[in-house]
Design a protein around this ligand. Sequence first.
Ligand code: NAD
Length: 400
Amino acid sequence: MIIQPKIRGFICTTSHPDGCAAHVQEQIDYVKSQGPLANGPKSVLVIGASAGYGLASRIVPAFGSGAKTLGLFFEKPGSEKRPGSAGWYNTAAFEKAATAEGLFAKSLNGDAFSHELKAQAIEIIQNEMGGKVDLVVYSLASPRRTDPDTGEVYKSVLKTTGGDYTNKTLNTDKGEVEEVTIGAATEEEIAHTIKVMGGDDWELWINALSEANVLADGVKTVAYSYIGPELTWPIYTDGTIGQAKKDVEAACARIQSKLSEDLNGSAFVSVNKALVTQASSAIPVVPLYISVLYKEMKARGTHEGCIEQMQRLFAERLYAETIEVDDQGRIRVDDWEMTEEIQTAVATAWEKVSTQTIEELTDFAGYQEEFLKLFGFGLDGVDYTADTDPAISPPSLDTL
Ligand code: NAD
C-alpha cells in the first residue's frame, strides 16, 4: 500500500510504518549518542508508551541503561487495507530494535484505566520481568475514561474555569492566525476532566502494583505536567486541564508518602516543555504558542524534542545524585522554555503575530514538520512512493 498523509484538523488519519520506524530510530540513535545512563532503571513500566513523552520515556531507559520495558497504550492495528495508528507502528519499531539488542520489550494494547490491563501488566511483571519494576512512568493523554468500578464514562474538556477567554490561535490547516473564544466549563465538566486527566488512575496503578508486590525497593514513579507562560494560563494552567494537573500533584504527594514508607521509593511530577504531540495539537492557542516558542528556542540553540527532554529528565534529574526540584517539589525540565529571555521574546512576538507575519515570527514550518513526523511522514531516507505493509505489528502483539 502507498500511504500518504490525510490531515483532518488537528489529527492525521493515516500513518506510515516505515516513517514511524525511522522516527523511533532517530530517537534511539540520540539516546545512544548520549552514552550510558548511570544508575538508570533496569525494569520499567510505561503507561502511555506509544507516542510523545511516554515513548521517549521508554526509549531512554531501554537504550540508555539496558532496561526491560513493558509498554501500555491504546492504539489501532493496521490491516491490509488500512493503516493503523502511529503508536502501533512506533511500538513495532521499538520492540524490533530492543529485541535485536537482547532487551526484553513487551506491550499491552488496551484501556489502561481498566482493572483488566492492570492485572495483565502485573502478570507479565511477575512472570517475565523478574517479578519487580523499579520505575513506573505515567504518561497517559486521553479524552475519556471509563470508571473501572461503575462503568461510568467521563469526558475531558479543554475549557476555562473562569469566564470566556479570547486569544489568538493558529488554524493549522490554513496556516492562518485567528481569534478563538473559549467558554467556561461547568462544575461537572471540571470534575469529569479531573476524573480523566487527574491523578486517580495513577494512584490506582501504584496501589495495584504495590498490593501485588511487584514494586522494587527504591522504586520511582513519575507523571507529567505542564505550566507554561501566563498567556496560556486561562486555557491550560487555570483551565480544566490545569485543575486535573493539580489533582495529579495531590496524588503525587499521597503516592510519595506511601512509597517512601513501604519501599524507600519516591514519586515525582515532572513539568515538561510544550511540544508538538497528538495531545497538545488539540489544545486551542497552544499550537501558535509552540510555533513562536520553537522559533525563539531554535534561534538560541535550546530547542528540544521529546527525546532530548526525557534524556535530560532521566540523566540530569531522576537518576542524578541529587534530584533537583522546585519549591513545590516538582521536577522542572521546562526550565529552558521558561527562561526570562525566551518568555520575553515569545511575549513580544505574540503581540505582533498575525497571518501576515506568521513566517517571520513563528516556526510554523517546524511545527508542521514535527506534526507530520508524529505520523511517520517527512522522514529522511523513507521512500513514500514505495509500497509498504500496513499490517505489521509489534512482535509481542502479533497474533498471526
Ligand atoms: P500523546 O498523545 O503523544 O501520547 C498519549 C499516550 O497515551 C499514547 O501512548 C496513547 O496510546 C496513550 N493512551 C491514551 N488513552 C489511553 C488508554 N485509555 N489506555 C492506554 N493508553 C492510552 O501525549 P503526550 O503529549 O506525550 O502526553 C503525555 C503526558 O505528558 C500527558 O500527561 C501530558 O499532559 C503531558 N505533557 C505534555 C506536554 C506537551 O506539550 N505535549 C507538555 C507537558 C506535559
